[in-house]
Write a protein of this length. Structure first.
Length: 319
């Protein structure tokens, strides 16, 4: 599959902290690639760096940052803002990050199409109503006239997804889009994303810490730890044959129906994700890893564990 998004050796620093340390990943057209890991492991910074939305003080470098064959790493803010919301769109955990409380849903949605595509007001209103219907919002005419605070959290999330789709993007980056929602709404939003992807052929980069979500919708999974992708594989392969001790630890924290008995303790990984200074050497997981040994303080090899399955570890772990 040709990559729609290709990120090679992405590095992001904030002063004395290396937030992303040589992360590489690719998303193909029509593929859902999930980026997983604990809070603070660099997932969100990676997605913001791809979109050119790093907070002040963030410094980004990459050997390649390509979208649909176009190198976007060197684009200026004006050029990037033409792509954002048009061919590349992003949705966040908190819809109010994207929605302005002072404007109606309709004026915010139509603005996107009018700005990027020069649509007339009538065309933009038709498109907004069509998309609200598509994301399962009834009475779209009524909703277009409402302000974000008049909607429930689940409805706001749907509006944000509809708004992201206004210009038919090829790539959607979704950062924890269901974390703040209750379980029923969460399932509805995930079904919605999977359906939209099927119908529209979107490439999706989904950032999440929830392995249950990953198992349901990912084609490929990359596990991130302390700013590095430590393991990447097709979903069934990663769940069936995890190699990196951190991935194994994450999977041990997830209850499996039929395998975990009532009252069994859930797994947990002792310790927290460390803050890494630039120039750090060795494996950042070594203080938490039960297999750590002397070689783990030196250069860590990236090993092939199978077709499309890469692991960053000194051990050749048995399946
Ligand atoms: Fe553990 Fe060493 Fe592998 Fe890091 S490189 S995960 S410390 S065995």
């Amino acid at each position: 599959m040709t990559a729609l998004l290709e990120v090679q050796d992405l590095r992001v620093t904030f002063g004395g902290t290396a937030a992303v340390r040589g992360a590489s990943l690719a998303v193909a057209k029509g593929e859902t690639h999930c980026l997983v890991g604990e809070s603070g492991c660099g997932k969100s910074v990676t997605s913001l760096a791809i979109m050119g939305l790093l907070a002040r003080g963030g410094r980004r470098e990459a050997s390649a940052l390509r979208f649909a064959g176009l190198e976007i790493g060197g684009l200026n803010e004006r050029e990037m803002s033409r792509l954002r919301g048009d061919r590349m769109a992003m949705i966040f955990q908190e819809p109010m990050t994207s929605l302005n409380p002072a404007y109606t849903v309709g004026s915010q949605m139509t603005e996107v199409l009018r700005r990027h595509r020069g649509a007339t007001r009538a065309q933009a209103v038709d498109r907004a109503a069509e998309l609200l219907g598509r994301v399962g919002i009834t009475a779209p005419g009524l909703r277009l006239g409402q302000f974000p605070h008049q909607l429930s959290g689940g409805l706001r999330q749907r509006v944000m997804i509809a708004m992201a789709l206004m210009c038919d993007p090829e790539l959607l980056i979704a950062d924890e889009p269901t974390t703040a929602l209750d379980v029923t709404v969460q399932a509805q939003i995930l079904r919605l994303l999977a359906g939209l992807q099927r119908d529209l052929g979107l490439g999706i980069l989904l950032i999440t810490h929830d392995l249950g979500v990953v198992a349901r919708i990912a084609d490929r999974v990359s596990v991130m730890y302390a700013g590095e992708v430590v393991e990447s594989a097709p979903t069934a392969e990663l769940f069936g044959n995890p190699r990196h001790p951190y991935t194994r630890g994450l999977l041990a924290c997830v209850p499996v129906p039929g395998k975990v008995k009532r009252g069994d303790p859930l797994g947990s990984i002792p310790g927290v994700v460390p803050r890494i200074p630039p120039g750090f050497r060795g494996c950042a997981f070594r203080d938490r890893c039960e297999y750590a040994h002397a070689e783990c303080s030196g250069p860590i090899p990236r090993q092939q564990a199978g077709p499309g399955h890469e692991v960053l570890c000194t051990l050749a772990l048995a399946a």
